[in-house]
Design a protein around this ligand. Sequence first.
Ligand code: IMP
Ligand code: MG
Length: 209
Amino acid sequence: MQPEDVAGDLTKVLHTEAEIQARIAELCRRIEADDAAALDEQPLLLVGVLKGAVMVMADLARELRIPVEMDWMAVSSYGSSTRSSGVVRILKDLDTELAGRRVLIVEDIIDSGLTLSWLVENLRSRGPRSVEVCALLRKPEAQRIAVDVTYCGFDIPDEFVIGYGLDYAERYRNLRAVGVLARHVYEHEETDAVELDEQEDGGVPAGEG
Ligand code: IMP
Ligand code: MG
């Protein structure tokens, strides 16, 4: 899906498909160089965080010119509490043992950073050789906890964005670009589509991956 297919729902396109692909290629060249320097017999393990990271995982993995393994986790940061509570539930765990492995967490976006910060600690506790983070997008103004991101695609403003894996109410994940969602899309749907405990202070929707 292209931005023109949902033109009325976007206030602007932040990053086009071409920009995203070019940036992913740059990140991959760095990942390849770091992989060579690690002198590891075992391949790098990419851990994608469902569902938002599906697109970046697919493109990043195919752009990489080194052997990798891919595994997936699903987590929810919005249990019974308010958004950004830092309470994380594992909905689907890894199939892979992490002992001695080099792990690269692949994420769509770092908003508050709470989910990822918890995830990094959780994976570190399993005895890997290293745990690093690659995130396509980061909202520096929204971040509440420091997360060391080795490979970051783009810093973006603190606005609700959709596309390239990111959803609003499960829609727009298949948009090829990343854009800012127009307020009218969620304001009139707020009571039906968004649980109260999934709303930010400003009434902006939040998601579970
Ligand atoms: P956190 O606040 O950094 O813990 O973000 C948790 C998750 O919320 C992210 O992995 C995304 O799946 C989702 N999220 C955060 N900001 C946005 C956004 O602007 N659009 C869509 N999903 C978002
Ligand atoms: Mg996510």
